[in-house]
Structure formats: structure tokens, C-alpha cells
Design a protein. Sequence first.
Length: 281
Amino acid sequence: MTQPLVFIILVNWNGKDVTLDCLASLQRISYANHRVVVVDNASADGSVDEISRRFPSVQLLKMRENLRFAGGNNAGMRHALDQGAEMILLLNNDTTVAMGFLEPLVSAMQASNDIGMVTPKILYASDPSRIWFAGARISFWTGTMKHLGIRAVDDGSFDIPGPTDYATGCCVLIKRTIVEQVGMLDESFFMYGEDADWSMRVRRAGMRLLYVPSSSVWHKVSLSSGGHLSGFKLRNKFISNFRFFARYAEWYHWLVFPWMNVVVNAVAAVRYLVGHYGQSH
């Protein structure tokens, strides 16, 4: 397998400890032809100094304000393209990676000209025997997006590579040519939904999205909820979710999905409130 130049982009905002853990795991990867870029979104926790001190080979971009997920990653991608990246990997800073995680992703990308994005199996860092992401499905009828395999035991049932409706922004590899064709992340998504929107633009450009389970990444999210949810996050998930479906749904989906979207998010809100109340009493 040839090794195209891959730029690995992390966005950090006051996440010094998890970012340092991620960078430490990236130092051990076996894929030689890569560069690591950290985009710091104006952190105030000493991240910049500590990253510079411990990982001097990392390319550190210092933003003057918090550009959030989309803006930070876009700044990193612009830098990567300027520096000659052939492929770009977006990676959440609250992850760690297997030593050989990148080779299967690159190999899958190189297997066919119509593959535009690839994404790995992602496991819970708190319980590596359980899955957080094994592909994804979008339903335009219910207005929902969901991870496949979430919280399931990693018993081999999700070890078959295959198509995915969207590639999670937690870890996604994309070709330079695809970024140039479809553009970068849509920064109008304040929080959430940027990865699904990006994936949909890649799909509508005629490219396939592939889940590659031979690549493993561990994500530091809550096993009980699938990720920490607050009222702020629930509200922004609802807004971004609705924006995504409003953008891509056909007219006949509008007969159903707005109401289903409200119901699904109301159930999520009730679950959050019940759990929050229970923890405080």
C-alpha cells in the first residue's frame, strides 16, 4: 500500500488533558507519512503551552476565538490543503487510537475511486468491550440519525465493513479531492449535525461512505447515555437535527418527520430530566 500524506486534525478548547492523551497515542501510530495539527480554539487552560512543550512536532494553530467544531476543523483543513495533504483525518481530541488504526482507513479509501469518506469502529474508552459507533443510519421518515451498535458488546457482530449513511466527525478520513469538490464543514451548524451534513454532500456528489471495523478508536464519552447530554446540548441537537432534515428531506417526508422529530427529542429530554432529577436526589 502506498502511503499518501495524511494530515490528522484535532480541535481543542480547554481540553488539555484529553488532548495530551490523544496526542500521546498518535505518537505511537505505525503509519509514517502523516502530520498532526492541533487547532486551539482560544483555550484558557494552558493547553497551548503544554502541547508545545510536550509535542514540539505537532503543528499548532492558535485561534483568537472559539470557532467551535466546524470552524476549528475548517481552519485545520485549510492549513492541511495548503501544506499538500492528500487525505485529511478529522479526529476528536477526546479519543485515543490503536497503533495501526490509520492503515485500514487509507487502504479502504484507496480500494475504489467512488469512496469519499471512511470511518472506523469506535469503542467506549470507559469500557472498550462496548461499541459507540459501528456505522450509522438516517431515517427521513422519523427525522432521526442513529449510531449502529451503540452500547452493544463488541463480540464480532459489527466486524463486517459496509456502507454507512454518515461518517461521524469523531473520526473520519476524506480525500483532498473530495474536500475541494464538496467544500468543508458548514459552520452555520452551531453544534451537532455538521458531520451528517458533510456526509450527505459527499453522497450527493456520487461518493460512497464506508465503515471500516478493522480500524479501532476509543472515545471518552459516557456509556450510560451514549455521551454526556445537558439541556444546552439537547436544545442544540434538536435545532441542528431539524436543520439537516429541512435541508435534505423530500416533500413527502415533511408529512411525517417534523412531528416524529419533536416526539423523539421530547423523549430524549424526558430521559435527561428524569436522570438529572434522580442524580440530584
